[in-house]
Every structure is written in structure tokens, then in C-alpha cells.
Ligand binder design. Structure first.
Ligand SMILES: Cc1cc2nc3c(=O)[nH]c(=O)nc-3n(C[C@H](O)[C@H](O)[C@H](O)COP(=O)(O)OP(=O)(O)OC[C@H]3O[C@@H](n4cnc5c(N)ncnc54)[C@H](O)[C@@H]3O)c2cc1C
Length: 469
């Protein structure tokens, strides 16, 4: 351990005796990786190369603030760590950093007049939602990693859940934030619904993956638990027909909570399971809200689906999706397989090129993979996102699996950019996708991001290398 890190940890223990400090090798190994597919391969390849020096577990904003000030004084690199479910290498301690685990920040306060609730950044999505449900409310955020991702991590990556067409993405859900800056100063963004006092500072920290500071509290918008929830399925001749139906109802301001369209290949097991038309595609729609609102939304969704050849298939397949929505077993099994690799690449594009992005990404990945599954599950007024889930098996060892992963990632992202898509819709960039960011933001965009970084963290100590900064 370097002398400055040793002195920093000593100062933390002297000044903040309540803060838990973990230093044993097995503890450091647990914090050395998240869920980035290459990290699975590194674990399988032998002794792990990049361990953090230690893990600190503060229990309050004051403690986070003091730790950050000390880290600047001793020039020690810090990486914030939430639920560890990030899949883009956003917390790799390759510069011998100290991890700052924020999971002990768990306060909860609800304001029913404003329809907001403040959660500590360490509350998991599931904990936060359960507390809201006890009061008869919801925030509508159900990512697949609901049980492990925490509020701070979801802010840092701009996460999204399956009910996004109604409730939006983290960037739409947050009302205000408390953030500890790299120098230890505490910033509270305004709680008013709108303001005209300069740029919206929440947006600077949403998606910043820790590089500009540590999120310690999150004020979320909340809603009464829905009076009615209903799921159903449709089939279409082609992916393009399903996309057109969705575009039409969303642009007419009809927002069912869940919209999931599977392409021809990903639809196959579902069509076989239910005995639906071979070669056609499968759409799940989920509605929730006031009873009459749900009924009206259903009426309009049926109208636009029928205009594009959609055939209603009843509620059962929709409810089956709902009950199995947290399962990602196939992908994780493939990552753990010798010589295998898998990932879900999620990109967004405007409506006028989303079908090209989907088609070309699928075409480019197929020769390198055993299977490619594609679906569209987050849709907006001006465009949509597509998940391209690849499973590859090289037949070789875990170095071959890692190499294939890098080839697939590179191919997927470059193809998305070429046809009008972006680098990432909601998983973030971490270190995995950092090199592609200049292709999306341009030189001037990266210059702005770097200058903000230099001003807030002149020594470059907080999550160095993430977002390419
Ligand atoms: C099985 C599985 C399913 C998933 N499903 C979804 C999904 O449906 N939707 C979705 O959006 N994502 C999904 N993800 C990705 C992941 O869950 C999200 O990116 C999530 O938001 C990460 O939250 P976390 O608390 O685990 O953060 P971590 O993995 O701990 O951290 C992620 C990044 O944020 C930084 N960070 C963490 N906490 C803070 C903080 N308090 N302040 C500042 N920076 C911080 C970290 O340094 C890191 O760069 C899935 C992942 C897995 C493994």
C-alpha cells in the first residue's frame, strides 16, 4: 500500500471511528468487480489483478463529506460503490483506489403533499419501493436489477425500469439530489418543480457515474399505487409493423406503462409456447393507472395495433412476462461458461432510423455469436431504444471469451453509431464504452465534460478513467 493511502486510512479511522473500514483480501476481492462481462472473465482467468486498497462504509452525508475532503488532502483515489450491479466497468480499482460503499445511507422520508420521497443513496430499488408501497405509493422504477441496484447507482447511470413508458427514466423521476463534491462540499439542488436560474444541476450528476461527486440522497417523484393494472399481448407480421403501431400511439400521447416488442428471432420461443403464428412477432403491453384511464389507453392501443395488422392475444402471455420479468439467468450462465460471453447492448435512436439500427446491429453480430435476441422496451415521442442481447461461445478458454466479448462490443457500438443510434441508452459508459464517447459527443462535448471535471476534481481522484475523464 502506498504511504499516502496508509496515512489517509489512518486519518479516517482517527477522525471518523464510526466508519467501517474493510481491508481483508477476500473483502477487497468482493468489491473488486461489478457485473461487467469482462470482470467475469478476469475472475475465471486466475488471481484477480485489480483489488481496491480498502473499502470505507460511511453512515451519513457528514462522514462522506469528511472522507472526500481527506481524500483530497492525501491525494487518494476514490471510487463510489452502490449495489455493484453496473455492467460497464464503472468501478474498477486499476489505480489502487479506495472504494466508498454508500449502502449504509438509508434514510427515508415521504411528503404526500408534494408527492415526493427522499431516499438515502444506499437504499435498493426494492427497499425504496416497498417503503413507498406501505404508504400506498410507488415511484414506478423497476429495473431488472431492482433487488440489488441502489438509488445512488441508478442516478449515477441514468437507469431505467420496465414501466418506463409511463414513469420515464431516472432523469425524469428525480426531483432533487444531495451530492458531496470531490472537495467534500455538500450540494443540495433545488426542490422546486421547475426553475429559471441557470442550468439544471441535477442533470449534471445524473449519468455522471461518480466522476463529479458522490450522490448521498435522492428525492424522487411518487404516485398513488395504481387503481388498475392490466397486461395483454399482440402479434404482428413483422417487427416493422409492431414498431409503427407503437410510434403511432406514443406520438398521440397514449402511454401504457410497459411496451415490449420482440423481433422475429426473440419471438420464436414465445410464439412456440403459446402456439401463435410462426415467423410473426410478439408485443407485450402493460397498463396501469386510474381504471377509466387504463380502459381508454387499451382502446387506443388496440386501435393503433389493428391499423398495423396487430392481432390481440389476450392477457395470459402479458401476465406470464410480468411474473418472470426479473430473470436474466441465460445471459449470466453464458458469461460464466468457459470460452463463452454474453451481454445486453442497449442503444437508442430516433424513430426514422431505429429499425435500421436494430437490423444492422443484428446482422453485424450474428456471424460472431451463437444467438442474438433483440427487443424494444423503452419508447418515447421522438424515438426508441433497442436491446441487442448476444450469446457467444468460442470453444476456447476464458481469454478467448474475453477477446470475443471485446469484438462483439466494438461491432455493436460502431454499427449503432453508423446507422444513427447512440453508444448507450441506460447502462452508462464506465470504462467499457469510454473510448466511444467522443464519437457521440464530439470534441467540443468532451471538452465541456473534461473542463467540469478539472474544475470539480483538479487532481482527478474520483473514479478516474470513467467516461474517459
Ligand atoms: C442482471 C442485471 C439486470 C440489469 N437490469 C437493468 C435494467 O433493467 N435497467 C437498467 O438501467 N440497468 C440494469 N442493469 C445495470 C445496473 O443494474 C444499473 O446500471 C444500475 O443503475 C447500477 O446501480 P448500482 O447501485 O448497482 O451501481 P454500481 O454498479 O455500484 O455503480 C455503477 C456506477 O455508478 C457509480 N456510483 C455508484 N453509486 C454512486 C453514488 N452514490 N454516487 C455517484 N456515483 C455512484 C459507480 O462508481 C459506478 O461507476 C442490470 C444489471 C444486471 C447485472
Amino acid at each position: 500500500m502506498k504511504e499516502n493511502t496508509h496515512d489517509f486510512l489512518k486519518a479516517v479511522q482517527e477522525e471518523l471511528p464510526e466508519v467501517t473500514v474493510l481491508r481483508r483480501e477476500e473483502e477487497r476481492l468482493i468489491y473488486a468487480h461489478g457485473c461487467y462481462p469482462r470482470e467475469y472473465k478476469w475472475l475465471l482467468q486466475g488471481p484477480y489483478k485489480v483489488l481496491p486498497e480498502a473499502i470505507l462504509m460511511p453512515g451519513s452525508t457528514d462522514e462522506v463529506s469528511r472522507i472526500m475532503a481527506l481524500s483530497q488532502e492525501y491525494s487518494v483515489g476514490i471510487i463510489p460503490f452502490g449495489g455493484g450491479s453496473g455492467i460497464v466497468g464503472g468501478s474498477i480499482a486499476e489505480n489502487h483506489e479506495v472504494m466508498l460503499d454508500i449502502k449504509n445511507l438509508k434514510e427515508f422520508e415521504i411528503n404526500l403533499v408534494n408527492c415526493t420521497a427522499v431516499g438515502g443513496a444506499g437504499l435498493t430499488g426494492a427497499d425504496f419501493e416497498n417503503m413507498l408501497n406501505e404508504a400506498g405509493y410507488t415511484c414506478g422504477q423497476y429495473p431488472q436489477s431492482f433487488q440489488s441496484a441502489v438509488l445512488g447507482g441508478m442516478v449515477a447511470t441514468r437507469a431505467i425500469g420496465t414501466f418506463s413508458t409511463k414513469y420515464g427514466k431516472m432523469d425524469d423521476m428525480v426531483n432533487s439530489l444531495e451530492v458531496v463534491l470531490p472537495n467534500g462540499h455538500v450540494l443540495n439542488t433545488h426542490k422546486t418543480p421547475k426553475a429559471s436560474t441557470g442550468p439544471e444541476l441535477d442533470q449534471l450528476f445524473l449519468g455522471s457515474e461518480g466522476v463529479y461527486g458522490i450522490v448521498t440522497k435522492v428525492e424522487m417523484k411518487i404516485y398513488p399505487v395504481a387503481e388498475k393494472r392490466y397486461f395483454e399481448a399482440f402479434t404482428f407480421n413483422r417487427t416493422e409493423d409492431g414498431l409503427e403501431a407503437i410510434r403511432q400511439f406514443v406520438q398521440n400521447n397514449v402511454h401504457p406503462a410497459v411496451v415490449r416488442l420482440y423481433d422475429e428471432e426473440e419471438s420464436v420461443p414465445k410464439m412456440e409456447k403459446y402456439g401463435f403464428e410462426k415467423g410473426h412477432v410478439f408485443l407485450v403491453i402493460g397498463y396501469e393507472g386510474l381504471e377509466k384511464q387504463v380502459d381508454l389507453e387499451r382502446e387506443y392501443v388496440h386501435h393503433y395495433c389493428a391499423l398495423n395488422g396487430g392481432v390481440p392475444k389476450g392477457p395470459k402471455p402479458g401476465y406470464d412476462w410480468f411474473h418472470s420479468r426479473f430473470s436474466t439467468k441465460k445471459m449470466l450462465d453464458h458469461d460464466a461458461m468457459k470460452g463463452g460471453t454474453a451481454d445486453a447492448i442497449e442503444v437508442a435512436a430516433p424513430w426514422d432510423c431505429i429499425a435500421d439500427v436494430w437490423r444492422e446491429m443484428r446482422k453485424a453480430l450474428e456471424p460472431m455469436c451463437e444467438s442474438v435476441d433483440c427487443h424494444f422496451s423503452h419508447v418515447y415521442h421522438t424515438g426508441a431504444s433497442v436491446y441487442v442481447i448476444f450469446h457467444a461461445q468460442t470453444g476456447g478458454d476464458d481469454y478467448d471469451g474475453e477477446k470475443r466479448y471485446m469484438e462483439c462490443l466494438d461491432t455493436a457500438i460502431r454499427t449503432s453509431l453508423k446507422y444513427g443510434g447512440n453508444v448507450s441508452h441506460h447502462h452508462g459508459s464506465g470504462k467499457a464504452k469510454a473510448e466511444y464517447l467522443p464519437l457521440e459527443h464530439g470534441e467540443a462535448g468532451i471538452e465541456v465534460m473534461q473542463k467540469i471535471k478539472d474544475a470539480l476534481d483538479p487532481k482527478g481522484l474520483v473514479n478516474k478513467g470513467v467516461l474517459g475523464l
